[in-house]
Structure formats: structure tokens, C-alpha cells
Design a protein around this ligand. Sequence first.
Ligand code: PMP
Length: 452
Amino acid sequence: MTMKSRQKRIEGMDKKYLWHPFTQMQEWVEQSPLIITEGRGTYIKDARGRWYIDGISSLWVTVHGHRKQEIDTAIKEQLDKISHSTLLGFTNPLAAELAEKLVQITPDGLSRVFYSDNGSTAVEVGLKIAYQYWQQRGVKDKKKFLSLKNAYHGDTIGAVSVGGIDLFHKVYSPLLFKSFKAPSPCCYRCELKKRYPSCSLSCLKQMEKILKRNHGEIAALIIEPLVQGAAGMILSPPRYLKGVQGLCRKYNVLLIADEVATGFGRTGTLFACDHEGVRPDIMCLAKGITAGYLPLAATVTTEKIYRAFLGKYEDLKTFFHGHTYSGNQLACAAALASLNVFRKERTLQKLQTKIDLLEKELDAIAGMPHVGEVRQKGFMVGIELVRDRKTKEPYALEERIGWKVCSRARLKGVLIRPLGDVIVLMPPLSISRDELKSLLRVTGEAIQEITR
Ligand code: PMP
């Protein structure tokens, strides 16, 4: 079969049998899909043999680049032993060792690891644990959750219930449980019409009002620490997260930190909570945990929470929840190997100068006429495009400006994916300085050419 006919066959099968995530399939079948066949370091290759910079780390997961030798080897070696065994009724060396490591690296106080296999399930687990914790402590009224507007915690029903992005979530509203919603700490489009820092964090005061009135009913507050990712990389102002922790303690509400996107170095520290010394009661991890190799997630809790689930079997205090692939051995091998690379290569220490370079390179983009705001926390970047910089008037939905910019970048050898009109950059932490410059140059050119 020639290369061309092979591509045609893949495209045919895709269009006939596949249903893609977050994709209007009616449009999808009218275009030629990019078929990814290979990866190496910062680059991924398509079926026509063209290489692209992976500017979004294959949806925010690739940490040390593609085909990182240490991780490849760890998985291959594990394949010669066993790929999977269940954690229901048995254990395995890798799941146990990874649990120990996760407890060591997550903020103080977190001491128990519950595995699942994706970000949404890590969140579901966190919500269910928080709810059941209070029930078993006899605090029966604490059944609800407080979350933020603009929040994104995944696509399962519980995660959507604590979500706050109308575009994705509204259609499902009849299926969801009600949760309290605090303002999003979005300074660029502050819903309280204030300005930082003269606002003295009014959004926190609003949050406190909700807690003061309803804390007796609220089991937990769930938050994406520092960066509301899917909403377009909305950064919370300094001390906001610490303030949220303070309110949770004051009103006796558990704090769930959803570090699915921010975890494993993305914001410049291993976890976003580390920036402000925040110690959540529950932390949700996924995405970067296996450095982009295999699906694995973990929900890490304090010992106090864990203890509320202890008792005789007939007390029925068990956490009745489990996923088939919990603690999968191949995935745990990848995660352990990734943590080794972090340590051996001093990934985070080396990252800082690249974060500075990224910041410097973003300056040129920030000055462009249709760039409303550039938001950066570590290696998470959102570039918000607007029709009018002065009034912050957005582009019309049907203009698809973000999508057009990313399509243009693709022609220039860079793969990025927008969130509406926000261009997202999330390169692998291992990207070289030259590759980082290329990524920024192409992104800038694409923005300029499309918004001109
Ligand atoms: N929480 C956050 C903060 C996320 O960004 C995401 C995914 N983008 C999820 C949860 C859900 O993760 P998954 O797609 O693996 O279910």
C-alpha cells in the first residue's frame, strides 16, 4: 500500500467510525484530519512525514517530551513482568511505591492515595470522599459543594455539576446537582467591576458571604489552584488561593485542589499549591502524572479524612468506589519513571530560565493590536484575542478567530489548540530554548496574519 492510499484508508475509517471529543463532527468530516504517527522530544510527526512542535503537550500531558528514553524503558521492562492486575483485593509493587512517592511530593498533610484513571474520575472521587467524610462524621447536612464560575473539573456528571463554563455545561443542567458558585478570580473581565489590587480581593469577600451563610451545608470547596485552565488560563491574583484556604479553615469546609492541569511542574513548581504554601485536604492529580504516556489519576487525601472511612465491614463506612484500571502497573511504572526524571534532570530547576524566556518572548505578542491580554503562569499561557483592545469587545463566535490562528500556525509547523478566542501554549517542560523561540515566533506570526 502506498503512503497516500494508507492515509486515505485511515481517513476513511476515522470519518466512518470515530466520534471525536469536543468536536462538531459535521465539520470534521469535511476536512482532512491530521494523522499523528510519531513523536520525538518536542516534536510530533504526521502521516505525510511532516514534523510539528507540540505546542500543547498533546493536551497538557507531555512533560519530558515524546519518547523519553527512561520512561520508554520503564514501560518496556514492566511489560516483561505484567501489564495489569487489579487493586480490588490485591496490590502491586508499583502502585504502592508510587503512592509513597506521591505522598512525599504533595503538600504536607496529604497522606493517602486513591487511584483512578483520568482527571474527571480523580475529581469524582474527591467529591464523593468529601461528601461521605462528613456523613460518617455525623455532620449530615454537609452535602453540597462550592465551586467557582468559569471552573472546569472534567466531563462526568459530578465534575460538570461543579463546573462553571456555560458553553460546555449548560445543556446538561437538568442532570446536575446544584452547587454554590463563587465569582471567578478573573481580573481581565472582573464580574464585580473592580480592579486589582485596589479591589482588595473583593471576589474573596463574595466567597466569604456564601460560606458564612451556607457553610453548614457545604462539604467542600473545589478549585483549580492559580489557573482556571479550560476557561482560558485565567490566573488568580497573588494571595487569592491562600485566602481561599483561610476561608475553608474558618468555615470548616474541606478544600479540594484540582491540580489535574496545574500539577507536575506546569506552573513552575511541582504543584500550583506550592506557590502559596497551600495545603488542601484533597488533591486531584492526572494528566502529567505519567508524563503523557498512559491514563492514570490519583486523589490524595489527609489521614483525618481517611480515618473517617475506617470501621468494621458491616458498619458500611467503606468507600464504595473503584475503577477497573486503578493502579495499573504500566501506568504506575511510567509515573515512577517520570518522577525519577524530574529528580535526575532537575527539571524544575532548569525550567525557571525557560519560564523567564517565555515571558520575555510573550512581550512582543502582548503588544499586538488584537491581543487583549497575555496570561502566563510558568508554562501555562493564554493569549486572549479581542476585536477591540480598548473595550475588550470579543470577536463573534462564528468568526472562529482562535481556531483560524491555530490553523495558520499548523501550516508553519506548530500544533496548538485554542480555547475559544484564547490561544493556549503549553509546551513540554523539556522544550529547548530554540524550540521555545520558534513556538513563540510562529504563534506571533499566525496571530498577526489572521487578525490583521
Ligand atoms: N480538571 C481540570 C482542571 C482539567 O483541566 C481537566 C482536563 N482538562 C480535568 C479535570 C479532566 O481531566 P480528564 O480530561 O482527564 O478527564
